[in-house]
Design a protein around this ligand. Structure first.
Ligand code: FAQ
Length: 323
């Protein structure tokens, strides 16, 4: 009897999985109340929460330059950009909640080092040109990845990406403008732009994740259409689009093996230092400790604001009930 019930349950789950995959294959979006395999839900929470953490931690390197932006115009644009990143983090944390993730726990996982965030935000912003390089390269890479995610199979994630991509294109343009102005400025300014490109180029390529051969999650995420392109394909798209932009700015990409390959219709490029990448994601990058400390401090110091907002909301609720 017990065996029969267990077999029945197994058959039902198998059938639900088949129906789920058929929906995915027909490009029908999965919505929060739809049935989904537990592993699909967990994969999404992992990717989306890491993405949310990246947006939030990603504010730190640029915030470092808000008070030192060289003009009021630059300061206003940078402030708006950093504020946009906070907004992206909030949409993405909310999207995680639609999958049953608890927001406090999600954030605690970042602070305890359990959850990852993008490797790129563990590098320091040493000069003003770094702000240009982040907008141009880091937001540029983020757009290539996120345009693809507008077609991801989970509805709330895909919809969040539409608005995020619009804002990221403004970010990319403000960064490229900073870089081109510097590249066309005095020899010292041009050298500063080139130095920023030299330092940010390789870490930007690492943003796309390990090679397909070394990416444990890609195959399943492609089958579930969470990912619509592999890490290597997105990296190649980014390189192909960015080489021309560097040429127009009069800057040199720091890769002696970068060469157009007529046969492939793509640029060939040099070997990425994967040891550096794995070191950074393990917590040993130049700024990992500083970034997590800053996020923890922000949580502690902002606690009174959250407590006051909760107390106010509670008071309003009592007032409404009494009326
Ligand atoms: N950094 O099997 P895969 C932005 C981890 S937003 C750290 O290939 P997957 C906006 C990966 O999580 C930037 N960890 O994994 C902005 C996995 O670890 P786990 C963030 C990385 O998920 C601009 C392991 O390695 N964007 O920049 C990285 O299939 C300026 C194996 O890798 C997103 O998050 C990395 N670079 O593919 C903000 C986009 N790469 O969890 C402020 C959404 C890989 O198994 C200023 N995410 N890992 O322990 C994705 O598209 C994917 O998650 C990938 C990785 C492509 C990042």
């Amino acid at each position: 009897m017990f065996n029969f019930v267990a077999m029945q349950v197994e058959n039902d789950v198998k059938q639900m999985e088949e129906q789920f995959q058929a929906k995915i294959d027909a490009d029908i979006r999965i919505e929060p109340r739809d049935w989904m395999p537990e592993k699909y839900r967990k994969t999404l929470i992992r990717q989306m929460s890491q993405h949310a953490h990246s947006e939030v931690v990603g504010m730190l390197p640029e915030a470092n330059w808000i008070t030192r932006a060289p003009s009021l115009r630059r300061k206003v644009a940078l402030l708006a950009k950093v504020q946009d990143e906070a907004g992206h983090g909030l949409y993405l944390y909310s999207a995680c909640e639609t999958l049953g993730a608890d927001r406090e726990e999600t954030i605690d996982d970042l602070h305890s080092g359990k959850a990852k965030y993008s490797s790129i935000f563990n590098y320091p912003t040493i000069t003003w040109a770094d702000i240009g390089a982040i907008g141009w390269l880091v937001d540029g890479a983020a757009i290539v990845n996120q345009v693809a995610l507008q077609k991801t199979s989970y509805g709330p994630y895909a919809r969040a990406m539409v608005k995020i991509c619009k804002e990221e294109s403004f970010h990319q343009r403000q960064g490229y403008e900073i870089i081109t102005v510097l590249a066309n400025g005095t020899p010292a300014q041009k050298a500063m732009a080139q130095d920023a490109l030299n330092r940010w180029w390789w870490p930007s390529l690492m943003m796309f994740g390990p090679t397909d051969a070394d990416s444990p999650n890609t195959q399943q995420s492609m089958a579930w259409r969470i990912k619509r392109h592999t890490n290597d394909d997105l990296r190649q798209m980014f390189i192909d689009a960015t080489v021309k932009q560097a040429e127009v700015a009069g800057l040199t990409i720091p890769d002696k093996d970068l060469k157009w390959n007529e046969e492939r219709g793509h640029y060939d490029f040099g070997e990425i230092d994967w040891e550096e990448f794995y070191n950074v994601i393990k917590g040993n990058g130049p700024c990992n400790k500083q970034r997590i400390e800053a996020r923890k401090k922000a949580k502690e110091e902002g606690m009174w604001v959250r407590e006051a907002a909760m107390a106010y909301a509670e008071k309003q609720k009592t007032k409404t009930k009494a009326a």
